[in-house]
Design a protein around this ligand. Structure first.
Ligand SMILES: Nc1ncnc2c1ncn2[C@@H]1O[C@H](COP(=O)(O)OP(=O)(O)OP(=O)(O)O)[C@@H](O)[C@H]1O
Ligand SMILES: [Mg+2]
Length: 367
């Protein structure tokens, strides 16, 4: 077990900068998830931590050790890949013990570690089978077992569940969470899956184009995204964005006017912005409420999908051109062309500097 710290880590492939200065302090025993769009550098960063990829600049520390110059075998890290990467001609037991035999550990110690990993992952019945005689989920458990027997300081997972079907993914996800509880090891987990990220992580690092956009708990990212990128990346369906402008500023906040939304009084600090500055208003689909006729906003329905207990409504706010989504926690009927009055509690309205995308700071409410 150990903390994992990245300081000013960069990676260039030839002329191209892929990782552009990443700083992350991951605590001992923490479960951290990397999310971000395809190609943003998640796997590259993980491979740099593991030692499979060199570091162009910066430091990687595991506990007190600077490991940036050490080879993969010396780092006390184990990595689990999407593709399992099991040896097809070896039994499960051999797949688990092989790495330890290379380290010339005593036989009794190897057997004990293999038995323990097999017990934790419930793969004891399959120890004498070969990988092709296992299901995808069983194979992935063997791959995780191969990481466990090495007793690493840090576990790295690169989309380990993406080859599994939906049901098996949910089950294996629960197993990895239990594994983390039991081993209390530091784990870094890469995924495309929002639900995986939100449910598994102590903290999530949102990566974009080789940089960390925000590093925080799932709640922080969802409730207080640092910028428009994080706001629209975390949460499904994605946050609706409407263009507006600051119309007045005083000590208690801002007035913002926006087509479709109307005039809002919001408890935000203007930062460097002045009256007239362009802002983006962010409202999550779940944060619209059906309202009475007295509100300013009308949702112009294009079509709606009800899945029994909830309803997704697709369309636009009347008077705007941006596609928008409404997500209601109930079964409702709407037809194309309906103009539905909607409102959003002030607490759920996000504001971004339109030019930089940076979130404006919410003023602490006086109680
Ligand atoms: N060996 C390499 N040489 C040159 N470019 C590379 C190399 N490896 C990765 N890249 C580039 O680096 C960028 C980041 O790749 P990486 O595999 O880290 O992305 P990712 O975030 O893991 O994406 P995905 O979600 O699709 O797995 C991509 O643009 C990729 O093309
Ligand atoms: Mg990847």
């Amino acid at each position: 077990m150990a903390a994992l710290e990245l300081a000013g880590v960069t990676k260039d492939f030839g002329e191209t900068k892929i990782i552009k200065g990443v700083d992350l302090a991951i605590r001992d025993g923490e479960f951290v998830v990397f999310v971000g769009p395809s190609g943003c550098g998640k796997s590259t960063l993980l491979r740099m931590i593991s030692g499979l990829e060199t570091v162009s600049a910066g430091e990687i520390r595991i506990g007190a050790r600077d490991v940036a110059k050490l080879g993969p075998a010396e780092r006390k890290i184990a990595m689990v890949f999407q593709s399992y990467a099991l040896y097809p001609h070896m039994t499960v037991a051999k797949n688990l013990s092989f790495g330890l035999e290379n380290l010339r550990l005593p036989r009794s110690e190897i057997d004990a570690k293999v038995q323990e990993a097999a017990r934790i992952l419930a793969i004891e019945p399959y120890l004498e089978r070969r990988p092709k005689e296992l299901s995808g989920g069983q194979r992935q458990r063997v791959a995780i077992g191969r990481a466990i027997v090495r007793d690493p300081d840090v576990f790295l997972f690169d989309e380990p569940l993406s080859n599994l079907d939906a049901a098996l993914r949910v089950q294996t996800r629960a197993e990895i969470i239990q594994l983390h509880r039991r081993l209390k090891s530091t784990m870094v987990y890469v995924t495309h899956d929002q639900i995986e990220a939100m449910t598994m992580a102590d903290r999530i690092a949102v990566l974009n184009a080789g940089q960390v956009e925000q590093f925080g708990t799932p709640e922080e990212l969802f409730q207080r995204p640092a910028n428009r990128f994080v706001a629209t990346f975390i949460g499904s369906p994605r946050m609706n964005i409407f263009a507006g402008a600051i119309s007045a500023i005083d000590g208690t906040g801002l007035s913002v006017s926006a087509a479709g939304v109307g005039d809002l009084r919001l408890p935000y600090a203007p930062g460097a912005l002045a009256v007239g500055a362009a802002v983006d208003i962010g409202i999550r689909p779940q944060h619209f409420r059906l309202a009475g006729e007295d509100v300013a906003a009308r949702f112009l329905v294009d079509y709606a999908e009800s899945i029994g207990t909830e309803t997704y409504v697709y369309g636009k706010l009347d008077g705007t051109s941006a596609d928008a989504i409404l997500h209601l926690p109930e079964h409702r009927h709407f037809k194309s062309g309906d103009r539905v009055p909607v409102s959003t509690p002030n607490d759920f309205i996000h504001l971004f500097d339109q030019a930089t995308g940076k979130a404006l700071t919410r003023l602490e409410q006086a109680n």
